[in-house]
Design a protein around this ligand. Structure first.
Ligand SMILES: Cc1cc2nc3c(=O)[nH]c(=O)nc-3n(C[C@H](O)[C@H](O)[C@H](O)COP(=O)(O)OP(=O)(O)OC[C@H]3O[C@@H](n4cnc5c(N)ncnc54)[C@H](O)[C@@H]3O)c2cc1C
Length: 579
């Protein structure tokens, strides 16, 4: 026993915090700031550099019913839009808290130094976005995420959180039922590092890298969801993967890179190869400002029926607006197309098509505290589930990060203040290290890159926008085969600067979340929001009252139906109103 302790306490670098936050995106930083404000010690771990989290890529804006542009807006309308966008599968309490608290979180961000675009009379400017009744997105041109991260990061550093950058968490450690810490490795040197903590907040973002065409960055390998699942937490709504309608389609090297919805928010129109404004057929009322699930399916259908562009997409045109306006409101889009595709969007249309963008599913959490089903384990942001139901509205993620990041940080700090120091079993940390190093032990195994490519093709082709039982069953077979192949993967070289090794470890997470997505998609025999079954094309009332929960049981993945909670009468009334 003494020997084991030595491994934990002496040989391995060890850090201890009351609250450990995994992830330095908007959710993680906001959680860390709130936990610090409660007077506990906070460590933030991120696998990329501080300031480079995925949130930095967010473009269009933060949804909050500030009523600065449309005076009729209020939290009730935002709540209704969010629930309707999510096809009523949302956790209603999360949707209510989100709509009520988002304006205060945006104001706070401004007080901390964020410089938003302004109305003539100096208030925060808001723009239109798909599925939002009113102009609601607070924005900084099309670089809103950058401003958010810059502001939160400055605030957190000033307040004094400890940041562990380029450090990847590979395993959560437990003390009985509760969390006790995490085992991680430094990406640069490959050395292990042990974190002891009373409470952990998972804010590690989404899963897009399991798909071939995605707007997501390399960080999006579903680590947090898989870590939580392995630690016994429940996952929710995993069948709902959002395909954003407008990613770049040409040239091939940039396929999937996002074309922000702000282009449509600013008046961009969608046309097919024949010059038809095809949204008239799919949603004549909202047209291009319809929800993402509807627009993505519309483009996909146009292409499939032979009316797509040369490279298999649709045309998105903003050139009817004055060139100076386009450059001022959409500067990143202007440069992105000029530099990557040699297209001047002030004169020519963009070619766009659906791209895997956002994960509505994730770790199941309590609405008030963001605590998962594992004591001491909290989650917020894209890694968590509930707020968005079957489909997320644009802009509702950045507000989600602020509202539930704050709640998770506060609740984690409160939990840590009351909790005794846990002790993680040394044997678990040792086993996790051995497991992580196994790919070095195997000789002449498969290389992780081919396996990743095959996983992406499986998910893209068989678990994409349109699904069938046949495809999903085929995908499950292929995922089983990929799991066997992963157990035989080997990596070359040393632990230093070894991206192949990192990928081999991330593949464990990608396979776990891919299996959860596929199993839940097979179970939901209807079409709703982002989940479209060709063999079950209708939306079924019975499924509208059920979420799907995924949990590890006896080493295997078990799924169950969870009835949605009944809405209180006052919220039912709000849902029934039309504005
Ligand atoms: C191009 C693009 C534009 C978007 N625009 C908008 C928009 O305008 N409005 C909107 O509301 N939403 C937008 N979204 C969605 C939104 O940006 C994301 O959902 C949101 O930023 C996720 O934030 P997060 O804090 O949950 O995670 P992230 O910002 O992704 O942060 C995750 C963090 O976890 C860390 N991490 C991951 N795994 C590990 C691990 N194993 N160990 C340690 N650290 C780990 C990462 O390093 C990172 O620091 C956009 C998304 C994209 C791709």
């Amino acid at each position: 026993m003494a020997g084991r302790e030595a491994v934990l306490n002496d040989a391995i670098e060890t850090h201890e915090h009351d609250v450990l936050v995994l992830g330095a995106g908007g959710a993680g930083l906001r959680a860390a700031i709130e936990a610090l404000a409660q007077g506990v010690s906070v460590g933030v771990i991120c696998k990329s550099l501080l300031g480079k989290a995925h949130t930095v890529m967010a473009e269009g804006g933060i949804a909050a019913a500030m009523s600065n542009v449309d005076a009729a807006d209020d939290w009730r309308t935002h709540f209704r839009d969010t629930m309707k966008g999510g096809k009523l599968l949302n956790n209603w309490r999360m949707a209510q808290l989100h709509a009520q608290e988002a304006p205060a979180r945006v104001n706070e961000l401004e007080q901390w130094g964020a410089i938003f675009d302004r109305t003539q009379d100096g208030r925060i400017l808001q723009r239109a976005f798909g599925g939002h009744t009113f102009k609601r997105l607070c924005h900084v041109g099309d670089r809103t995420g950058l401003e958010m991260i810059r502001t939160l990061q400055d605030r957190g550093v000033q307040m004094g959180f400890d940041v562990y950058m380029e450090c990847t968490v590979a395993k959560l450690l437990k003390d009985g039922e509760r969390v006790a810490g995490a085992l991680a490795y430094w990406r640069e040197q490959g050395r292990f590092v042990l974190f002891k903590a009373k409470a952990i907040v998972i804010a590690t973002g989404g899963i897009g890298k399991a798909y071939r065409v995605t707007s997501n960055s390399w960080e999006y390998t579903g680590d947090g969801m898989a870590l939580a699942y392995d630690a016994g937490a429940e996952l929710l709504d995993m069948e709902f993967v959002q395909f954003h309608p407008t990613g770049m389609v040409w040239p091939p090297g940039v396929q999937g890179i996002l074309v922000t919805e702000a282009v449509r928010g600013e008046g961009g129109t969608l046309k097919n190869r024949l010059g038809e404004r095809f949204m008239e057929k799919y949603d004549p009322k909202r047209m291009e400002l319809s929800t993402r699930d509807v627009v993505a399916r519309a483009i996909y259908t146009e292409v499939r029926e032979g009316r797509g562009t040369e490279h298999g997409g649709a045309f998105l045109d903003i050139s009817q607006k004055p060139a100076e306006y386009v450059k001022r409101k959409l500067p990143s889009m202007y440069h992105q197309f000029k530099e990557l595709a040699d297209v001047d969007i002030t004169r020519e249309p963009m070619e766009v098509g659906p791209t895997c963008h956002y994960m509505m599913g994730g770790i199941r959490v309590d609405a008030e505290s963001a605590q998962s089903s594992v004591p001491g384990l909290f989650s917020a942001g894209e890694a968590a589930a509930g707020l968005h139901g079957a489909n997320r509205l644009g802009g509702n993620s950045l507000s989600d990060l602020l509202v539930f990041g704050r709640r998770a940080g506060m609740a984690a700090a409160e939990y840590a203040k009351k909790a005794a120091a846990p002790s993680a079993a040394a044997a678990d940390a040792e086993a996790a290290q051995r497991e992580a190093l196994a790919p070095f032990e195997r000789r002449e195994g498969e290389n992780p890159y081919t396996l990743h490519r095959d996983l992406q093709v499986t998910m893209q082709n068989l678990v994409g926008i349109f699904r069938t039982r046949e495809d999903l069953e085929k995908a499950l077979g292929e995922l089983e085969a990929l799991k066997r192949r992963l157990a035989a993967v080997s990596v070359e070289g040393s632990r230093m600067f070894n991206p192949g090794w990192h990928l081999a470890l991330e593949l464990r997470s990608m396979l776990t979340v891919s299996e959860a997505v596929t199993r839940a998609a097979a179970m939901r025999e209807e079409s709703r929001g982002a989940h479209s079954r060709i063999d079950f094309p209708n939306t079924e009332a019975a499924w509208g009252k059920k979420n799907i929960v995924v949990k590890r049981e006896g080493g295997a993945m078990a799924l169950r139906e969870q009835p949605t909670a009944e809405l209180p009468d006052e919220l039912k009334k709000i849902l029934a109103e039309e504005k």
